[in-house]
Design a protein around this ligand. Structure first.
Ligand SMILES: Nc1nc2c(ncn2[C@@H]2O[C@H](COP(=O)(O)OP(=O)(O)O)[C@@H](O)[C@H]2O)c(=O)[nH]1
Ligand SMILES: [Mg+2]
Length: 375
C-alpha cells in the first residue's frame, strides 16, 4: 500500500506544527491510519518543534539542516524510515519562507517515487491575525511590509487553505476572512479549524484522506525580487543553554523562562525589531519526557502562549530557544544573550551555552537553498 504524504505550509507561527500534531492524533484516535510527523527546520539541531511533536506522543523524525525542498534523497530516506516504523500517513512542514515545496517536493516525488507515495492536498495553514496584513484593512502588525508577499504566495501554492485559530475570532470575523480568501483563490477549497481546541480538525483530516493533490506547478513568484526581499527580512537563531542554580536551590523555572521571554521582548522593542515566532522548550530528561515546558511568542505585541508548563522544580535545566526573526541575526543573538545574563543574575544561576547558531535566510544562499551556517 502507498504511504500518504502531505506538506503543510504557512506563515511562521500560523500553527503548522500544532496542526500536524492535531491531524496525527485525530487519525490515530479514529483508527484511520498510523500517523507520523517529519519535522523540518533549517537549523543544525536543537529544534523545538521536533522535540515538541515527540513529546506530544506522535511518532516523529526530525529533518534539519535545510529545507526539504533541497534534500530529496534525504527526505525520501526519512519517509521510508517512518514507513518501516509503521507509519502510513506522514505530515511534514516547510520552514523559512514557507513556499516552493509544490515544485521541489511534490513534483519531484510524483516524478521519482510515484508508486510509493500518495500526495494528499498541499495544505496552507492561515493565521487570522497575520492575514490582516493583506486584507483590505492592511493592518500594521509590526512586521516588515515585504512579508506580505509570503502570505499571499503560500495560499497561491496550496491545494487547500485552512483558516486556523478560529477560537481566537468571532464567527463573523472567520466568515469574512474565508470570503476574502475565496475572493482571491476561488478555485481553492477553504476550511476552518482550531488545531489547538480541536474544532474542525476531523473534517480537515477527512478531506485530506479522501482527496489527492493536483500536483501541478503554480506560478507564485518563486525567486522573484519580492521573494528575495521577503527572504532578506528573515533570520534564524537557535541556542541551547544550561542553567544551574549556584546554591543548589530548586527553582520554579516557569518563572525564569517567563522572565526570559519578557527580556527578549524588551530587547526587540529597543531595537525596533520583531520575532514572528520565538519558541522555548525544556524537559526533565531526554528519554522520559514526563515533565516538559513549551511556549511560543508570535511577536512583540502578543502574549506568550504556553502549551505546557513545568510541573516540578529543578536546580538545573537545559533550555532550547528557537527564534525566527525579523531582526539582524547578530543583534538577535545579543538580545538573547542580554536576557539570559539578566535571569542568571536574578536567580543566581551559572549559565553555559552548549549550542548556538544564527544566520540570515539570505546568507550565501542558506535559507531555502542550502545548509545553515554554524558559528
Ligand atoms: N488559539 C490558538 N492558538 C493556536 C492554534 N494553533 C496553534 N496555536 C498557537 O500558535 C503558536 C504557533 O503554533 P505553531 O504550531 O508552533 O506554529 P508554526 O510555526 O506554524 O509551526 C503556538 O503558541 C500555538 O500554541 C489554534 O488553533 N488556536
Ligand atoms: Mg512549527
Amino acid at each position: 500500500m502507498k504511504t500518504k504524504y502531505m506538506v503543510t505550509s504557512g506563515f511562521l507561527g500560523a500553527g503548522k506544527t500544532t496542526s500536524m500534531i492535531a491531524f496525527s492524533r485525530d487519525i490515530n484516535r479514529r483508527k484511520r491510519g498510523n500517523a507520523a510527523i517529519l519535522a523540518n527546520d533549517l537549523g543544525a539541531g536543537n529544534i523545538v518543534d521536533a522535540e515538541f511533536c515527540a513529546a506530544a506522543g506522535v511518532m516523529t523524525l526530525p529533518i534539519s539542516g535545510g529545507c526539504i525542498c533541497y534534500q530529496h534523497e534525504n527526505l525520501v530516506g526519512k519517509l521510508r524510515q517512518l514507513k518501516t516504523a509503521g507509519a502510513d500517513v506522514i505530515f511534514s512542514d516547510i520552514p523559512g519562507c514557507g513556499i516552493g515545496a509544490m515544485d521541489h517536493v511534490y513534483l519531484e516525488l510524483e516524478e521519482k517515487e510515484k508508486d510509493e507515495f500518495d500526495l494528499m492536498p498541499f495544505t496552507c495553514i492561515v493565521d487570522p491575525e497575520r492575514i490582516r496584513m493583506i486584507m483590505p484593512e492592511q493592518a500594521d502588525i509590526n512586521l516588515p511590509e515585504e512579508m506580505k508577499f509570503l502570505l499571499d504566495a503560500q495560499m497561491a501554492e496550496a491545494d487547500l487553505i485552512v483558516l486556523n485559530k478560529i477560537d481566537t475570532v468571532s464567527e463573523k470575523e472567520a466568515r469574512s476572512i474565508v470570503e476574502f480568501i475565496k475572493g482571491i483563490y476561488p478555485k481553492t477549497p477553504v476550511m476552518t479549524m482550531s488545531a489547538m481546541k480541536g474544532d474542525g480538525v476531523s473534517q480537515v483530516v477527512d478531506f485530506l484522506l479522501e482527496n489527492k493533490s493536483s500536483a501541478e506547478h503554480r506560478e507564485i513568484g518563486y525567486e522573484s525580487q519580492a521573494f528575495i526581499d521577503a527572504e532578506n527580512q528573515l533570520s534564524w537563531f537557535n541556542t541551547r543553554v544550561y542553567m544551574q542554580q549556584r546554591e543548589e536551590k530548586n527553582l520554579d523555572f516557569n518563572l525564569v523562562i517567563a522572565d526570559l521571554f519578557e527580556g527578549i521582548r524588551e530587547g526587540l522593542k529597543k531595537h525596533n525589531s520583531n520575532v514572528p515566532h520565538l519558541k522555548m522548550f525544556a524537559a526533565d530528561s531526554d528519554e522520559e519526557l514526563t515533565d516538559f515546558f513549551k511556549a511560543s511568542l508570535i511577536g512583540v505585541d502578543y502574549d506568550v502562549e504556553y502549551d505546557r508548563r513545568l510541573e516540578r522544580k529543578y536546580n538545573a535545566l537545559s533550555l532550547i530557544i528557537n527564534a525566527r526573526c525579523a531582526a539582524d541575526p547578530v543583534v538577535m543573538a545579543d538580545i538573547v544573550d542580554e536576557a539570559v545574563e539578566a535571569v542568571s543574575e536574578k536567580y543566581n544561576m551559572k549559565v553555559r551555552t552548549f549550542f548556538m547558531e544564527t544566520f540570515g535566510m539570505m546568507e550565501d544562499g542558506k535559507g531555502n537553498i542550502g545548509k545553515a551556517s554554524r558559528y
